[in-house]
Write a protein that binds this ligand. Structure first.
Ligand code: TYD
Length: 211
């Protein structure tokens, strides 16, 4: 069965955090490191990562919809992404760097919007019963700091970025709970510290685990 990837030769690394936590530059640095370590690097993102997924992203980020519709579309895009990009890349031995994955659905749709945990788990079990990232970086930062960064760097906010501080507090709380229960899969990085030390923490962790 294609989802049983225990014999895969690639590595699956995901990057998470509330909007404005500063994932992008860290993904860049991780990609450079992996290339220099000799890996084939595949950089991708969710929602998105496939032609259909990018169309769904457009809807998800700009169209108002019922919370369960949102959760279902996140997982629909993910199903396509796994089949078209992630699973084939892992099977051929690539280092897959993915900007958000199911931890984001847990944090945003369950933590932020209140989707029941049972429904989240049912969807996760349907779409990827076995596969989990080998390593997830959670860039943790206070919602006020993240909001200030977003305000400085963006002109037009999407549906999620327009949410208020209270929403991001709940998202952050859910991320931290998931990290605590992850048996070390999710590494929490203090994203409030200077960008160079955040980057150093990321690269050290990658070297320790995958060099
Ligand atoms: P993001 O990854 O932050 O992209 P950018 O940095 O270009 O804005 O944006 C994706 C948004 O989608 C983000 O606000 C979080 C949200 N999201 C969910 O709510 N649930 C999910 O499962 C995923 C993957 C993303």
């Amino acid at each position: 069965m294609s989802q049983h990837l225990s014999n895969r030769s690639g590595r699956f690394i995901t990057f998470e955090g509330i909007d404005g936590a500063g994932k992008s530059s860290q993904i860049e640095a991780a990609a450079d490191w992996a290339k220099s370590a000799g890996w084939e690097v595949v950089r991708t993102r969710e929602p998105g990562g496939t032609p259909l997924g990018e169309k769904l992203r457009e809807l998800l980020l700009h169209e108002p919809m019922h919370l369960e519709t949102e959760a279902l579309l996140m997982f629909a895009a993910r199903r396509e992404h796994l089949a078209e990009v992630i699973e084939p890349a892992l099977a051929r031995g690539a280092f897959v760097l993915c900007d958000r994955f199911s931890d984001a659905t847990y944090a945003y749709q369950h933590g932020g919007r209140g989707l029941s945990e049972a429904k989240f788990k049912a969807l996760e079990h349907w779409v990827h019963p076995v596969l989990q990232p080998d390593l997830t970086f959670l860039f943790d930062v206070a919602p006020e700091v993240a909001a200030a960064r977003l305000a400085a760097g963006r002109d037009k906010a999407d549906k999620f970025e327009r949410e208020q501080a209270d929403f991001f507090k709940k998202v952050r709380g859910a991320y931290l709970m998931r990290a605590a229960a992850s048996h070390g899969r999710i590494v929490v990085v203090d994203a409030g510290s200077p960008i160079e030390s955040v980057c150093e923490a990321v690269l050290n962790c990658l070297r320790e685990r995958f060099a």
